[in-house]
Design a protein. Sequence first.
Length: 171
Amino acid sequence: MLNKRENKRAENRNFSQYNFSAKNSRGQGLPTSTIILLILGLVILIVLIFGFATGWSAFKNLLSPTNVDSLKDDCNSACGLNQKFSFCSAERTLRVNEDNLVVKTSCAVLAGVSDFAKYSIATCPSITCELKCADIKINSKAGSLTATAGYDVHLLTTDVSGTDGKCFVSK
């Protein structure tokens, strides 16, 4: 019987260590991980609301940055290696976020058309492109000998004789 009393006292002492009485509790707090997840969820919700309300173009600058410098390097290396197709015909994409411009065309067009002169894509003196007006493409639009407005690409063509020297690609 003595063992049962000692065991009961020991249990009471262990139980009282955890302070289960209502008068000593201070309130339940949220764990730190729960607070972090709530904040993260709120940020994601705000981004989604902003994206759907104003359009996702605001995030375009973050996802596809301006590539003028890398395009210059690509065109200079194509010229330096005398890669005629790569310089004259291979389609490249010029992205300039400051001007809200995306253009898909070749290095030769970027170097030879005055509309793109401010991006300083160098011409290649060692390569002669010999392009026909219809072969020059800007944003998948081909050059036309009958058009009178748009990008003036007549300096790049070999077939403008007899057409008053005109070749334009519509904008």
